[in-house]
Write a protein that binds this ligand. Structure first.
Ligand SMILES: C[S@@+](CC[C@H](N)C(=O)[O-])C[C@H]1O[C@@H](n2cnc3c(N)ncnc32)[C@H](O)[C@@H]1O
Length: 231
């Protein structure tokens, strides 16, 4: 289990050494064509002015009472989300209903934007850092996406819409916040219209394992992990 590193300095991820490492890892793991596709997509985003870069949160304006309990912004890549959805689908009986995707701690909106592109009807993100939420809004606007929404709020105050089908956590906060969020979600459970699945990337606490039905745990060659649950 990874430690949460709340308020950690993650700025090294924007440096040339780190990026070169990521490039060679991608080449080794995925091969030349997917890596070139990835670079092409990065260039497209750069031209459009879309920014998913890693960012520390300790100097940002954070709302709510859990300002010291969150992790730095590290955005989910489209390939990682695609892999997660494939792995989830391989362990559920019926095809995944791609109705509503909710990302708790949605940063600059990367996972929301990818989820919409990967077939979800709607994607909503909750982000407590004002500057990241504003960047998410700007990214969504620049890509001209409808039915993709970033909400500026502390995750513990958010009430899920009843048509939720997939909840995503990419190690956004520590155990204290996760406990409150899961308690809120379980309180609402009876109202949900769909079978609801939960993906927890790079898990840093056992709250989900203690409260939800674990379907599968995966460790990827990159070192990332994901736990898949049914609500
Ligand atoms: C590791 S990043 C994940 C970003 C995004 N989910 C993605 O996959 O691209 C974690 C994010 O959670 C946000 N966060 C941390 N604590 C939060 C809280 N209590 N409520 C809402 N957002 C929070 C951080 O500001 C950061 O943007």
């Amino acid at each position: 289990m990874k430690s949460t590193h709340t308020n950690a300095d993650m700025s090294h991820q924007n440096g040339i050494v780190y990026k070169t490492g990521v490039f060679f890892n991608a080449l080794k793991e995925h091969g030349v064509v997917p890596t070139l596709r990835k670079i092409g997509q990065r260039i497209f985003y750069k031209i459009k002015g879309v920014d998913f870069s890693t960012q520390n949160i300790y100097d940002l304006t954070r709302t709510g009472e859990h300002q010291e309990n969150g992790t730095a912004l590290v955005s989910t890549s489209v390939d990682f989300l695609k892999q997660l959805l494939t792995d989830l689908e391989s362990c559920v009986d019926a095809p995944l209903k791609k109705e509503l995707f909710v990302d708790y701690g949605s940063g600059k909106g990367a996972a929301l934007i990818h989820a919409k592109k990967l077939g979800f009807k709607k994607a909503i993100g909750v982000e407590f850092a004002k500057e990241l939420h504003e960047q998410a809004q700007s990214n969504i606007e620049k890509l001209n996406l409808k039915e993709v929404e970033s909400i500026y709020a502390d995750a513990t105050t958010y009430t899920l819409p009843n048509n939720i089908s997939l909840i995503y956590f990419f190690n956004p906060f520590d155990e204290l916040v996760m406990r409150k969020v899961i308690a809120n979600i379980l309180e609402q459970k009876e109202q949900f219209e769909n079978e609801v699945y939960v993906i927890y990337g790079n898990a840093s606490c056992n709250v989900l394992k203690e409260n939800l039905t674990l379907l599968k745990e995966v460790k990827y060659p990159s070192g990332a992990t994901a736990d898949f649950f049914k609500l």
